[in-house]
Design a protein around this ligand. Sequence first.
Ligand code: BES
Ligand code: MN
Ligand code: ZN
Length: 499
Amino acid sequence: MEFTIKTAAPEKFRAGILVAAAYADGVLPAATAALDKASDGRIAALLKRGDLDEKAGSTLLLPELPGVAAERVLLVSLGKRDDFGDKPYRDALGAAAKALASGAAKDAGVLIADVDLETRSLPWRLQQAARILADGAYRFDALKSGKDARKERGARKFALVIAGKVSTALETAVQRGQAIAEGMALAKDLGNLPGNVCTPSHLAHTATELGKQFKFDVEVLDRDGIEKLGMGSFLSVARGSHEPPRFIVMHYKGGKAKAKPIVLVGKGITFDTGGISLKPGAEMDEMKFDMCGAASVLGTFKAIARMGLPINVVGLIPATENMPGGRATKPGDVVTSMSGQTIEVLNTDAEGRLILCDALTYAERFKPACVIDIATLTGACVIALGKIPSGLLANDDDLAAEILKRGTESGDRAWQLPLWEEYQELLKSNFADMGNIGGRYAGTITAACFLARFTKAYKWAHLDIAGTAWLSGDAKGATGRPVPLLSEFLIGRAEAKGS
Ligand code: BES
Ligand code: MN
Ligand code: ZN
């Protein structure tokens, strides 16, 4: 995939297809007005007739528009002028991306990034455009045997056409958008791969290869190494599986040697059966997505390495299956975490927190600027928030506010839930320092409360991505979230301090 920025007169731009925007009320942005003029008012006439639906993201394909050099024009609705904002802009780009991904044109001139959106800068618009268009071209057919499935379709070359001059700030924005889409594609690939392919060793191999490609250090610990660290909680989850666990440590050093790193921790359960507290059968296949937190860390590393961000980031991934078996942890078993705190495992299906808590203790050694963990942690989060925002809980309000802001900016949003002390008592155990579940109430909060007991040494935020990491039904597949949010957060940190 190739992205460029071009300054050109829209009607003279040669391409397989031009993507032009129109408001529902018939108002034409400057670039579309130029096409309209060149074609003797053809676009305005079509709009007047009602050929383009009003809803933002509706499209109309116009082959061979007279007076226009491009072979086709794809008209995309931005919705009503008065309602225009981030969402209609993204919807329009998403619709264009979809049409371009399946269409005949091999190269596209995209005019809609230069539409006026007063609240957002041109670099923002270009970064979003590059990210959404590149992401729209994503396909996962690695496991289909048919030749057709593998045939390259759709546009591969995108020129973002603007009226003004090209600058380095604009070029950086487009590169960032592309890098983030690349990170999302890696996260999606890993999420979509089934549990028999995407094992803990596969995640480790992916990390190692990424480190080689982008020249950052990666350490991989096996069962012995994990045991030596005293990660009894993590290992208690791995006991039932024949697939060996891995603890992956990645060091991206783009910042000054002394600058404190940001640590990202990703839940890497490559398949969650529930263990002895076995899950019901319906939709259990979707538990192959239980490593999407890990995948988002790997995807974010790819994005920041591709961008060459001047910042230090450590990535931690505890990876294992959660299986029943003769040696599996049983309900009521008590395990000792790396922190020394003991845990009564009341439900083996609350395994994510058991592997994360040891990784969070390990994170202390880096004296981090902050730690963010990302996990498909609770079904309760999907009930509470649905599949729109990720759940956010944090022990530091400034950090939470910063993440919420980057979420809105990137379009990959989060929503904060309280992490109040009052909820802690739900984790009480008669036999150990804590239980691993908190009963029926506030499942997402009690899961975070559990983690909070291991994150007292630093500023920490937790993203519950159980609802956002993948889609079900006809559109079943990983979303690549929250790679855009994490990447935007790190871009913000890199620009703020040059850390
Ligand atoms: N991976 C699941 C959470 C999950 C479930 C994500 C469904 C997306 C869809 C997690 O390991 C889990 O099983 N959590 C339990 C916790 C409970 C036993 C306290 C849950 O949410 O049911
Ligand atoms: Mn589980
Ligand atoms: Zn799980």
